[in-house]
Design a protein around this ligand. Structure first.
Ligand code: AMP
Length: 147
């Protein structure tokens, strides 16, 4: 878990789903469904302006009684999202998810967007690492001692 988040990013791919602040909630939701993701980054002129996630659809749109067909993302997104740099250890990213209680973190280097890490990406990574460690231990135990 000391591995930096850039290694995980290489592993899962750097593709991000981004939209303009002018698109409607309905359009953003369609894009999220099409790309099978739980968040979109709201970008303007190459700058990260905000983040909009499926939780926002529930809390800020449905529960607030807003019309998804006419509400622009600029009205319901989270502005200035918390980001991490590419050298951040995976453990620290897990800590941010736990402390801040959200599930998406844009990875930014010097103002440049490198990708997005979700809590699901980190859990998959941790499961893979544990599986590999268990396999190595098994081989060590079964192959390490002559019978
Ligand atoms: P999530 O659990 O990621 O679906 O998001 C829960 C809430 O936190 C929503 O209001 C999001 O807009 C917000 N949120 C998600 N990611 C971030 C982030 N990196 N920085 C700040 N707020 C965020």
């Amino acid at each position: 878990m000391n591995t930096s988040i850039s290694v995980l990013l290489e592993h899962k791919g750097r593709a991000t789903v981004s939209v303009s602040p002018l698109v409607t909630v309905s359009q953003a939701a369609q894009e999220m469904n099409r790309r099978k993701v739980g968040s979109v980054l709201v970008m303007e002129g190459g700058q990260l302006l905000g983040i909009f996630t499926e939780r926002d659809v529930l809390w800020r749109v449905v529960a607030a009684g807003l019309d998804p067909k006419t509400t622009p993302l600029s009205q319901v997104m989270t502005r200035n999202p918390i980001t991490v740099g590419p050298d951040t250890p995976i453990q620290s990213v897990m800590d941010v998810f736990t402390e801040k209680r959200f599930r998406h973190l844009p990875v930014v280097d010097d103002g440049r967007l490198l990708g997005v890490i979700s809590i699901g990406d980190v859990l998959r990574w941790a499961a893979d690492v544990h599986r590999q460690e268990a396999e190595q231990l098994k081989q060590y135990i079964t192959g390490g001692y002559p019978s």
